[in-house]
Design a protein around this ligand. Structure first.
Ligand code: K1U
Ligand code: ZN
Length: 189
Protein backbone atom coordinates (compact mmCIF):
# COMPACT_ATOMS: atom_id res chain seq x y z
CA UNK A 1 0.00 0.00 0.00
CA UNK A 2 1.12 3.60 -0.52
CA UNK A 3 0.48 7.02 0.89
CA UNK A 4 -0.54 9.18 -2.06
CA UNK A 5 0.04 12.90 -2.60
CA UNK A 6 -3.08 15.02 -2.10
CA UNK A 7 -4.02 17.67 -4.67
CA UNK A 8 -4.87 21.07 -3.19
CA UNK A 9 -7.08 24.00 -4.18
CA UNK A 10 -5.96 25.33 -7.57
CA UNK A 11 -5.39 21.92 -9.14
CA UNK A 12 -7.91 21.71 -12.01
CA UNK A 13 -8.67 18.03 -11.21
CA UNK A 14 -10.61 19.19 -8.13
CA UNK A 15 -13.07 20.97 -10.43
CA UNK A 16 -13.59 18.13 -12.92
CA UNK A 17 -16.49 15.70 -12.82
CA UNK A 18 -15.47 12.07 -12.34
CA UNK A 19 -16.14 8.99 -14.49
CA UNK A 20 -18.34 6.11 -13.23
CA UNK A 21 -16.46 2.90 -12.37
CA UNK A 22 -17.77 0.15 -14.71
CA UNK A 23 -16.36 -2.81 -12.71
CA UNK A 24 -14.48 -3.38 -9.46
CA UNK A 25 -11.06 -4.55 -10.64
CA UNK A 26 -7.81 -5.20 -8.75
CA UNK A 27 -6.73 -1.68 -9.78
CA UNK A 28 -9.84 -0.21 -8.12
CA UNK A 29 -9.19 -2.31 -4.97
CA UNK A 30 -5.57 -1.09 -4.89
CA UNK A 31 -6.68 2.54 -5.27
CA UNK A 32 -9.20 2.15 -2.43
CA UNK A 33 -6.53 0.60 -0.13
CA UNK A 34 -4.10 3.44 -0.93
CA UNK A 35 -6.83 6.03 -0.32
CA UNK A 36 -7.62 4.57 3.11
CA UNK A 37 -3.92 4.65 4.00
CA UNK A 38 -3.61 8.25 2.75
CA UNK A 39 -6.75 9.36 4.63
CA UNK A 40 -5.53 7.79 7.89
CA UNK A 41 -2.10 9.37 7.51
CA UNK A 42 -3.65 12.80 6.84
CA UNK A 43 -6.08 12.30 9.79
CA UNK A 44 -9.19 12.80 7.68
CA UNK A 45 -12.60 11.18 7.89
CA UNK A 46 -13.07 10.99 4.11
CA UNK A 47 -11.19 11.16 0.82
CA UNK A 48 -12.43 11.29 -2.79
CA UNK A 49 -10.50 10.04 -5.83
CA UNK A 50 -9.89 13.50 -7.42
CA UNK A 51 -8.07 14.52 -4.23
CA UNK A 52 -5.38 11.97 -5.10
CA UNK A 53 -5.35 12.93 -8.78
CA UNK A 54 -7.72 10.21 -10.02
CA UNK A 55 -10.89 10.51 -12.08
CA UNK A 56 -12.80 7.42 -10.86
CA UNK A 57 -16.17 8.15 -9.20
CA UNK A 58 -15.34 6.73 -5.79
CA UNK A 59 -14.57 7.83 -2.24
CA UNK A 60 -13.63 6.35 1.12
CA UNK A 61 -14.94 7.37 4.54
CA UNK A 62 -14.10 6.25 8.06
CA UNK A 63 -16.00 7.58 11.06
CA UNK A 64 -15.76 5.99 14.53
CA UNK A 65 -13.67 3.14 13.11
CA UNK A 66 -16.35 2.21 10.52
CA UNK A 67 -14.82 2.10 7.02
CA UNK A 68 -17.14 2.79 4.09
CA UNK A 69 -16.37 2.61 0.36
CA UNK A 70 -18.74 4.40 -2.00
CA UNK A 71 -18.32 3.59 -5.69
CA UNK A 72 -20.53 5.53 -8.16
CA UNK A 73 -22.47 7.10 -5.25
CA UNK A 74 -25.65 9.13 -5.78
CA UNK A 75 -27.87 10.93 -3.29
CA UNK A 76 -31.34 9.45 -3.83
CA UNK A 77 -33.12 11.29 -0.99
CA UNK A 78 -32.35 14.26 1.25
CA UNK A 79 -34.21 15.72 4.23
CA UNK A 80 -35.82 19.14 4.08
CA UNK A 81 -34.31 19.75 7.51
CA UNK A 82 -30.90 21.41 7.35
CA UNK A 83 -27.94 21.28 9.66
CA UNK A 84 -25.00 23.69 9.97
CA UNK A 85 -21.55 22.53 11.13
CA UNK A 86 -17.87 23.22 10.59
CA UNK A 87 -16.12 21.51 7.69
CA UNK A 88 -12.52 21.16 6.68
CA UNK A 89 -11.02 19.65 3.55
CA UNK A 90 -7.78 17.71 3.11
CA UNK A 91 -7.37 19.61 -0.19
CA UNK A 92 -7.68 23.03 1.51
CA UNK A 93 -5.51 22.52 4.61
CA UNK A 94 -6.08 24.79 7.64
CA UNK A 95 -9.23 26.43 6.25
CA UNK A 96 -12.48 25.72 8.08
CA UNK A 97 -15.99 27.12 7.73
CA UNK A 98 -19.56 26.42 8.76
CA UNK A 99 -21.57 24.81 5.95
CA UNK A 100 -25.35 24.30 5.86
CA UNK A 101 -26.49 21.03 4.29
CA UNK A 102 -29.48 18.67 4.41
CA UNK A 103 -29.31 16.96 7.81
CA UNK A 104 -30.04 13.44 6.53
CA UNK A 105 -29.43 11.75 3.18
CA UNK A 106 -29.98 8.40 1.52
CA UNK A 107 -27.07 7.40 -0.72
CA UNK A 108 -27.03 4.57 -3.26
CA UNK A 109 -23.58 3.22 -4.15
CA UNK A 110 -21.64 0.10 -5.08
CA UNK A 111 -19.33 -1.67 -2.61
CA UNK A 112 -15.97 -3.36 -3.24
CA UNK A 113 -17.79 -6.63 -4.00
CA UNK A 114 -19.55 -4.86 -6.89
CA UNK A 115 -22.94 -4.99 -5.12
CA UNK A 116 -25.33 -2.03 -5.02
CA UNK A 117 -26.41 -0.87 -1.54
CA UNK A 118 -28.23 2.04 0.10
CA UNK A 119 -27.23 3.83 3.27
CA UNK A 120 -29.45 6.13 5.35
CA UNK A 121 -27.05 8.61 6.90
CA UNK A 122 -27.45 11.22 9.65
CA UNK A 123 -25.16 13.65 11.49
CA UNK A 124 -21.45 13.57 10.57
CA UNK A 125 -21.78 10.62 8.17
CA UNK A 126 -24.48 12.47 6.20
CA UNK A 127 -22.26 15.56 6.05
CA UNK A 128 -19.18 13.60 5.04
CA UNK A 129 -21.04 11.70 2.30
CA UNK A 130 -22.30 15.00 0.85
CA UNK A 131 -18.80 16.53 1.06
CA UNK A 132 -17.26 13.52 -0.74
CA UNK A 133 -19.99 13.31 -3.41
CA UNK A 134 -19.45 17.03 -4.01
CA UNK A 135 -15.77 16.28 -4.68
CA UNK A 136 -16.86 13.69 -7.26
CA UNK A 137 -18.94 16.40 -8.98
CA UNK A 138 -16.14 19.00 -8.88
CA UNK A 139 -17.63 20.99 -5.99
CA UNK A 140 -15.84 22.18 -2.85
CA UNK A 141 -17.27 23.31 0.49
CA UNK A 142 -16.11 26.87 -0.26
CA UNK A 143 -18.79 27.01 -2.98
CA UNK A 144 -21.50 27.10 -0.28
CA UNK A 145 -20.12 30.13 1.57
CA UNK A 146 -21.35 33.69 1.26
CA UNK A 147 -19.19 35.97 -0.90
CA UNK A 148 -17.82 37.59 2.27
CA UNK A 149 -16.88 34.30 3.95
CA UNK A 150 -15.50 32.79 0.74
CA UNK A 151 -13.34 35.87 0.16
CA UNK A 152 -12.00 35.63 3.73
CA UNK A 153 -11.24 31.91 3.28
CA UNK A 154 -9.49 32.53 -0.07
CA UNK A 155 -7.44 35.38 1.41
CA UNK A 156 -6.23 33.00 4.14
CA UNK A 157 -5.58 30.29 1.52
CA UNK A 158 -3.37 32.71 -0.50
CA UNK A 159 -1.03 32.81 2.52
CA UNK A 160 -1.04 29.01 2.80
CA UNK A 161 -0.85 27.92 -0.83
CA UNK A 162 2.89 28.53 -1.31
CA UNK A 163 3.46 25.53 0.99
CA UNK A 164 2.11 23.36 -1.86
CA UNK A 165 4.11 23.90 -5.06
CA UNK A 166 2.38 22.44 -8.12
CA UNK A 167 -0.82 22.17 -6.01
CA UNK A 168 0.59 19.02 -4.40
CA UNK A 169 0.49 18.20 -0.70
CA UNK A 170 3.29 15.67 -0.08
CA UNK A 171 1.20 13.77 2.45
CA UNK A 172 3.90 11.20 3.25
CA UNK A 173 6.46 13.91 4.07
CA UNK A 174 4.53 16.17 6.43
CA UNK A 175 6.47 15.63 9.68
CA UNK A 176 10.13 16.66 10.16
CA UNK A 177 10.93 12.98 10.87
CA UNK A 178 9.38 11.85 7.57
CA UNK A 179 11.30 14.53 5.67
CA UNK A 180 14.60 13.59 7.39
CA UNK A 181 14.13 9.90 6.50
CA UNK A 182 13.26 10.86 2.91
CA UNK A 183 16.34 13.09 2.53
CA UNK A 184 18.74 10.71 4.36
CA UNK A 185 17.39 7.19 3.72
CA UNK A 186 20.66 5.50 4.83
CA UNK A 187 20.87 7.25 8.22
CA UNK A 188 20.43 5.11 11.37
CA UNK A 189 17.16 5.70 13.29
O1 K1U B 1 -12.79 15.07 1.76
C1 K1U B 1 -12.02 15.63 2.54
O2 K1U B 1 -11.41 16.63 2.24
C2 K1U B 1 -11.89 15.06 3.92
C3 K1U B 1 -12.62 15.88 4.98
C4 K1U B 1 -14.03 15.35 5.13
C5 K1U B 1 -14.99 16.15 5.95
C6 K1U B 1 -14.65 16.80 7.09
C7 K1U B 1 -15.60 17.52 7.81
C8 K1U B 1 -16.89 17.53 7.40
C9 K1U B 1 -17.21 16.87 6.25
C10 K1U B 1 -16.28 16.17 5.53
C11 K1U B 1 -11.83 15.77 6.28
O3 K1U B 1 -11.64 14.71 6.78
S1 K1U B 1 -11.23 17.24 6.97
C12 K1U B 1 -10.44 16.78 8.48
C13 K1U B 1 -11.33 16.31 9.58
O4 K1U B 1 -11.12 15.21 10.05
C14 K1U B 1 -12.47 17.09 10.11
C15 K1U B 1 -12.57 18.46 10.03
C16 K1U B 1 -13.64 19.15 10.56
C17 K1U B 1 -14.67 18.46 11.19
C18 K1U B 1 -14.59 17.10 11.29
C19 K1U B 1 -13.49 16.41 10.77
ZN1 ZN C 1 -12.67 17.78 0.92
Amino acid sequence: MSILDIRVLGDPILRQATTPVPKVTDEVRRLVADMFETMHHARGIGLAAPQVGRTERLAVIEIDGEPLVVINPAIVDRSAAKDKAEEGCLSIPDIYADVERPADVVVRAMNLEGEEYEIEATELLARCLQHEIDHLDGRLFLDYLSVLKRTAALTKWKLEQNKYPGFIRRTALETPEERRRHEHPDEEL
